[in-house]
Design a protein around this ligand. Structure first.
Ligand SMILES: *Cc1c(COP(=O)(O)O)cnc(C)c1O
Length: 409
């Protein structure tokens, strides 16, 4: 059955939940960097499902593996072994340089798992008194939507009327080493938990050296350094992990989104044997976590990322994109500049936080065939699939330039 954009939107309004504010475009097909709406209009996807489809929409090799695995075995639960899970764990460990991996489904679950690991490690290895463990988070963090995770959020939209909140979090300003040092004086701190670039907050890149110094402080205080790379990982920022820019080696990395190329929810926590071994049978799990279908999809998604050099492409085209957006910003009062790494970038719109200017620019971009969304404040996040070619990127820069230079408030 095919329906019109108008009908699809009305159905969601009538039967769904109002928990997102989508652009009024109804998509039905995707291929590489492109998506098509139900009326057949073609768009460049400059959001990539919040960086879940780094490998491009419906990558043919991932599709093939998904179909093959889905026709063989999809779910065993962890009550039995599968032929895929061990291989997937091995690939994750070898690809990202860790000893152990635990697979979950969503990014939020990956973060929940990391919190549980850090707490249990804190009690059993560090000797923190029972129920006293603290995890330090940072302002403007985004780690997902569970009641525990939002207990560490500083965004009133994410927290208002969702209390009571989970204790055991202390929040310090991002990119502030002296505040961190102060907070680390508490001997009950088990972990420091942050994003190497704050994606949802508006692509905030910390100063060079912040992550390395933060890690050193954690080491000094025997605190686990927990890095949420759900959005920044898997090539998005022009390195396999954004952490690689700082040459740091977190105690835990949380991945999600693009590790399965947009086909199937897979997330994971990567860590050392010392940390992972705090989990015993029955203490944590998920029915779908580590299922054979997700494992097979994830392995192929990582393989194509490597073989098609998507990370390198993101690095190179990111430089091109930011240079061109800087040139554009210099030509107009509408923009304040661009920031980001690789193909995770934000264009900064020169208007107040509560104005609709960024949203209105996104509507114009949509009319010209490019889909992007504002994030917190007057910021437009641009994150195309990493398979974008230089020619396609030039085409997109032309669209953005055209919209910006002709935009009237
Ligand atoms: C998207 C995101 C999450 C949450 O992932 P879900 O799959 O939506 O639960 C967590 N952390 C970061 C940094 C993210 O960008």
């Amino acid at each position: 059955m095919t329906i019109s954009s108008k009908e699809a939107i009305e159905l969601e309004k009538k039967y769904g939940a109002n928990n997102y504010a989508p652009l009024p475009v109804v998509l039905e097909r995707g291929e590489g960097v492109f998506v098509w709406d139900v009326e057949g209009n073609k768009y460049y996807d400059f959001l990539s499902a919040y960086s879940a489809v780094n490998q491009g929409h419906v990558h043919p090799r991932i599709l093939d593996v998904m179909i093959k695995q889905a026709s063989k075995l999809t779910l065993t639960s962890r009550a039995f072994y599968s032929d895929q899970l061990g291989l997937a764990e091995k690939m994750l460990c070898e690809t990202f340089g860790f000893e152990r991996a635990i697979l979950m489904n969503t990014g939020a679950e990956g973060n929940e798992t990391a919190i549980k690991l850090a707490r249990k490690w804190g009690y059993e290895k560090k000797g923190i008194p029972a129920n006293e463990a603290v995890i330090i988070g940072v302002e403007k963090n985004f780690h997902g939507r569970t009641t525990t995770i939002i207990s560490a959020s500083t965004d009133p939209v994410a927290t208002t009327n969702f209390g009571p909140f989970m204790p055991g979090f202390e929040i310090v300003p991002y990119n502030d080493l002296s505040a961190l040092e102060e907070a680390l004086k508490n001997p009950n701190v088990a972990g420091l938990w942050l994003e190497p670039i704050q994606g949802e907050a508006g692509v905030y890149v910390p100063q060079d050296g912040y992550l390395k110094a933060a890690q050193e402080l954690c080491t000094k205080h025997n605190v686990l350094f927990m890095v949420d790379e759900v959005q920044t990982g898997v090539g998005r920022t022009g390195k396999l992990l954004a952490s690689d820019y700082d040459e740091i080696k977190p105690d835990m990395v949380i991945l999600g989104k693009a590790i399965s190329g947009g086909f199937y929810p897979v997330s994971c926590v990567l860590t050392s044997s010392e940390v992972m071994d705090v989990f015993n049978p029955g203490e944590h799990g998920s029915t779908y976590g580590g299922n054979p279908l997700g494992c097979a999809v994830m392995m192929e998604a990582l393989t194509v990322l490597k073989e098609e050099k998507m990370t390198e492409n993101a690095f190179r085209l990111g430089e091109v994109f930011r240079a061109r957006m800087e040139e554009l910003s210099a030509k107009t009062d509408l923009l304040l500049g661009v920031r980001g790494k690789g193909l995770l970038n934000a264009l900064l719109v020169n208007d107040s936080e509560d104005s609709k200017t960024a949203t209105n620019i996104c509507y114009k971009l949509m009319d010209k065939g490019l889909l992007a969304k504002p994030t917190h404040g007057n910021i437009i996040r641009f994150a195309p699939p990493l398979v974008i070619t230089e020619e396609q990127l030039e085409d997109c820069i032309t669209i953005i330039t055209d919209v910006v230079m002709n935009f009237e408030k």
